[in-house]
Design a protein around this ligand. Structure first.
Ligand code: MRU
Length: 358
């Protein structure tokens, strides 16, 4: 997406490969600073995925693909392929919920399997670049299909950040809004702030402001109020993993928004590329949910000549911090994919799986 840096506008994706170094926007510093970091080894890139320098399912997938390519490039004849496989394992152990992480690792594994080291180095880099490019195309198609749901002056609620920072290059949930804007439709976005890490207030609001799209940040617990007062026409959220019965894991808080939407007659859509579908997962019950540090709940991070953490709860209090929840399929009106909008049910997802195998 085009980003204004200083007085120039430049096109950025969340991460990219230059030689053997992975470059990425440090999303922990946004909106306060726009900083690119360069990661020279697969270990550094894996750590950047773990500590959320890069985050959002699709961008995690692309970064994981680049990290796998680095792991192959770091091999010498005597340790190929053992060292690379160990690297892939390290990358797989960074974030458990995002299906795209495993999708990307499996793709690179398949591309280099049984190859000589020389061939593998070339193929791993090539495949990682293809995966990143595919995300750009998938996001744009999701945007084109999803934009049909948005009328001129539509009022949309979204949760967390499923924009271009989270999925190269258009995003998933925000892609329909970006495309609608290019179709000259006006859209107003209600942005859930998304406690505890505030991806909505920090990243989604930053993306929308950068694109000149009208929006307002709302406290997470205000969504019901606006739905009840008929101020929201539809909800669109992203996904981190979708089971083959249509249950969707997404950022914590998504489930309650979906229940509120049902109660208030607001259609609730999920936008995700097919790489986010876990075709072997029977239901949401089987999706691993990442537990993150309680510090994310007990402290808030702000910027004043550098990033600072401020405690907002008693020293003796503990916190619980599941990073995702599962929205049962019955609350979801449709899933917007690059192949079109499908029903969240086994038969439609089976059909989609067949398309992906082709
Ligand atoms: O923990 P994060 O920030 O990596 O979580 C991912 C998300 O931002 C969302 O859950 C999002 O809606 C799906 S990512 C396209």
């Amino acid at each position: 997406m085009l980003v204004r840096v200083g007085n120039k506008k430049k096109w950025f994706t969340a991460s990219w490969l230059e030689g053997s170094a992975v470059h990425m926007i440090d999303q922990r510093l946004l909106l306060f600073r726009f900083k690119i970091v360069a990661l020279k080894t697969h270990k550094e890139t894996a750590e950047a995925i773990r500590n959320m320098t890069v985050r959002g399912a699709g961008s995690i997938g692309a970064a994981a693909a680049f990290a796998c390519a680095q792991a192959v490039l770091e091999c010498r004849q005597k340790d190929w392929p053992k060292k690379a496989l160990k690297g892939f394992e390290r990358i797989a152990n960074t974030r458990p919920t995002a299906r795209d992480l495993f999708f990307a690792i499996e793709r690179i594994k398949r591309a280099v399997d049984g190859k000589t080291l020389k061939e593998a180095k070339e193929l791993a880099v090539q495949e990682a670049k293809i995966i990143s490019r595919e995300y750009q195309v998938r996001g744009k198609r999701i945007g084109e299909h999803g934009s049909k749901l948005l009328k001129h002056r539509a009022r949309v609620l979204t949760h967390c950040n499923a924009g271009w920072l989270a999925l190269h290059d258009w995003g998933s949930a925000l892609a329909p809004i970006y495309i609608a804007k290019r179709q000259r439709k006006k859209v107003f976005v209600f942005v859930d702030e998304t406690r505890p890490r505030l991806q909505g207030a920090k990243l989604t609001a930053w993306e929308l402001a950068n694109e000149g799209i009208e929006h307002a940040i709302i406290a997470d617990n205000a969504a019901g109020f606006f739905m009840q007062h008929n101020e929201i026409d539809l909800c669109v959220v992203g996904a981190d993993r979708i089971a083959n019965n249509g249950d969707v894991a997404n950022k914590i808080g998504t489930y309650e928004k979906a229940v509120l939407a049902r109660e208030n007659g607001v259609p609730f859509y999920v936008a995700a590329p097919t790489s986010t579908f876990d075709f072997n997962c029977r239901s949401g019950k089987h999706i691993p949910i990442e537990e993150r540090s309680e510090q994310e709940v007990l402290l808030v991070t702000g910027y004043c000549r550098g990033l600072h953490n401020v405690r907002i709860a008693p020293k003796k209090s503990k916190a619980l911090n599941p990073a995702f929840d599962v929205t049962p399929a019955k609350y979801i009106k449709g899933i917007i994919t690059e192949h079109g909008i499908i029903k969240p049910k086994r038969s439609s997802i089976k059909k989609l799986a067949r398309k992906c195998r082709k």
